[in-house]
Design a protein around this ligand. Structure first.
Ligand code: HEC
Ligand code: HEC
Length: 302
């Protein structure tokens, strides 16, 4: 009897979790009602878990993670997780490496169905954890590589001492002389991001760098050429202002051969500070996605 009762509690817990996530209230204590709940559940679950297959009992978590990965995930992400025809690289891209285990588990549960990543909502929590565990093994299990520094410190630097926000926006805050960096780190690795911060003049296309124009009224302006045609030039100065200039008024236009981004961060910031900034940029990509999802939810609630 004890045995049966404990099984019922487990089932009704599972029922509660699944049903409440569908905005049902299932306070199943009476066994008849409860049985109906289970039927609803199973019908619903079967649609979403066609990819789920049971492993023979007795596998260790690590073994279970590997088997599931190789039989299910590898179809799209490749056996080594480095990407296949239908799914992206999960092993070397900084965006994925930087995610916490909880964030990765959430992706598996929810999926990104519109983009082709199925939901594995039908998997038990332990199974999802074992898959993420195996993914970490593929990534090299190198915790230090996930985030090189402290994203909270990085945020303070970005909006404070390092003055990045005078030119760059993140999450709707900051200037717009440089590009919005909210999604910048998404497709880049740690070294690439660090290099972009300390070495903006490397491989610079002079036409994308600063230009100085000498005007007929003997004024000079330095900034970025945003738009140019035969008759006019649109110049943005570092304060963010756009100047629409007539070519007829321009005496001389010089490409300075320098990026508009300060080139001395390699010396004005310490290695730790740079790592913190890189970590903030990596984290921010996820934070933005999360807040977008929440906004959408709030809109529905209103
Ligand atoms: C049918 C193909 C398919 C299968 C099967 C699949 N995925 Fe994916 N997965 C994708 C696609 C496509 C994306 C990219 C979605 C996007 O662009 O946002 C993705 C994205 C992801 C991401 C997020 C990557 C990022 O850049 O944030 C993770 C993590 C992931 N998959 C893990 C898994 C794991 C683990 C499994 C096995 C349980 C799995 N996927 C099974 C197609 C698949
Ligand atoms: C004076 C304005 C200014 C400041 C301050 C500034 N940047 Fe920039 N930054 C720019 C501009 C303009 C570009 C575009 C450079 C180019 O293409 O030559 C840029 C480019 C970048 C890029 C590369 C973007 C890409 O798409 O390739 C990164 C990353 C970046 N900045 C990060 C930072 C960080 C982090 C800080 C603070 C430590 C910072 N910037 C401070 C103006 C600035």
């Amino acid at each position: 009897m004890t045995d049966v009762r404990s099984r019922i509690t487990t089932w009704s817990k599972a029922g509660l979790i699944l049903l409440s996530s569908r905005h049902f209230l299932c306070a199943a204590t009476a066994s008849a009602f409860f049985a109906a709940c289970v039927l609803v559940l199973q019908a619903g679950a079967q649609n979403t878990r066609s990819a789920a297959r049971k492993n023979p009992a007795g596998d260790s978590a690590a073994e279970d993670g590997r088997k599931t990965f190789e039989s299910i995930c590898a179809t799209c992400h490749g056996l080594d997780g480095r990407g296949g025809e239908r799914g992206p690289d999960l092993v070397s891209r900084a965006e994925v490496v930087a995610k916490s285990d909880a964030e990765l588990q959430e992706i598996l549960k929810v999926g990104k169905t519109a983009a082709g990543m199925p939901s594995f909502a039908g998997y038990k929590a332990e199974r999802v954890a074992s898959i993420v565990g195996y993914l970490r093994t593929l990534q090299g299990g190198n915790k230090a590589a996930r985030l090189p520094g402290n994203p909270v410190q990085g945020k303070m630097l970005f909006f404070g001492k390092a003055k990045c926000s005078e030119c760059h926006m993140i999450g709707g805050r900051g200037g717009f002389f440089g590009q919005d960096l909210t999604r910048y780190a998404g497709k880049r690795d740690v070294d690439g991001i660090r290099a972009a911060i300390i070495n903006p003049n490397k491989d610079l296309d002079p036409r994308r760098g600063l230009v100085t124009v000498a005007l007929a009224d003997s004024n000079r302006l330095t900034g970025l050429a945003r738009n140019e045609d035969n008759f006019s030039l649109q110049l943005q100065t570092p304060d963010g202002t756009f100047h629409l200039l007539n070519k007829a008024d321009i005496l001389r236009l010089t490409y300075d051969g320098k990026s508009a981004m300060p080139a001395d961060y390699g010396s004005t910031l310490s290695t730790t500070e740079l790592n913190d900034l890189v970590s903030f940029l990596l984290r921010t990509v996820d934070a933005e996605k999360a807040s977008k999802a929440k906004e959408a939810e709030d809109d529905v609630d209103e």
